[in-house]
Design a protein around this ligand. Structure first.
Ligand code: SAM
Length: 225
């Protein structure tokens, strides 16, 4: 069985009892960054062997993990934060396991964009999650333009060093809408900052933004004011 195990997005206590039980009972845990995951595993006295599975070895490692699964081993897949497969390398192994009829089950838990949506005050019954936007300016602006009709709440992930640039692009391309920036959720410096894109450019320009960000754009007619 391949277990897709969600782990915390910051606060180590945001893990389920089933996740702990599963991580203790499987033969192997495949983790994006084994050193990072050891902090969580040590906190819950989980001594299961770890192997690395990350962006740059995901293809070769998936084949190796598939072989172990086909030999009858139980493997838990975890990512650095949240739910494996959501904007991280997990997808490749999950797809391969599925194609080879390996049994897969989810141990659900935290996901950054869901946590962000719930605190944003934006309409949450119909929304689109866009993962990471393209890094290159032209491609990013083109993607933003597709949000123009404002029919749904839009969420995406952003790296801290691109926050100000992206807010500037949102201001220009989407006519300065209200944006919610959810930063460092569940962590010590958690902040949910809302304002017009231009106001947030000013706010985040004052000191270099740190930490992890989720952006939320509301649908037309439902923008917070
Ligand atoms: N699999 C993860 C999930 O379930 O959310 C996402 C992995 S993706 C590689 C990492 C991105 O998630 C970060 O760059 C950031 O945008 C977002 N993220 C992760 N933890 C977060 C947190 N505590 N607060 C805000 N955003 C977070």
């Amino acid at each position: 069985m391949l277990y897709i195990v969600s782990t915390p997005i910051g606060n180590l206590k945001d893990i389920t009892l089933r996740a702990i039980e599963t991580l203790k009972s499987v033969d192997l845990i495949a983790a994006e960054d084994t050193r990072h995951s050891k902090i969580l595993l040590n906190a819950y006295e989980i001594t299961t062997p770890l192997t690395s599975y990350y962006e740059h070895n995901k293809l070769s490692k998936s084949s190796y993990l598939l072989k172990l699964l086909q030999e009858g081993k139980d493997i838990a897949l975890i990512s650095d934060a949240g739910t494996p497969g959501i904007s991280d390398p997990g997808y490749v192994l999950i797809k391969l396991a599925k194609e080879n009829d390996v049994a897969i089950t989810a141990i659900p838990g935290a996901t950054a964009f869901v946590a962000a949506l719930t605190v944003s005050g934006m309409p949450a019954s119909s929304f689109t999650f866009e993962g990471f936007l393209p890094v290159k300016t032209v491609a990013r602006q083109k993607k933003l333009k597709t949000f123009e009709d404002g029919k749904k709440t839009i969420l995406f992930y952003e790296a801290p060093h691109r926050v100000v640039k992206t807010l500037g692009d949102i201001k220009d391309v989407l006519n300065d809408p209200i944006v919610v920036c959810a930063r460092e959720l569940t962590k010590k410096f958690e902040e949910v900052k809302q304002g017009k894109a231009s106001e947030l450019v000013e706010y985040f320009s004052q000191k270099t933004p740190r930490g992890e960000f989720v952006f939320i754009l509301g649908s037309h007619g439902n923008y917070l004011s």
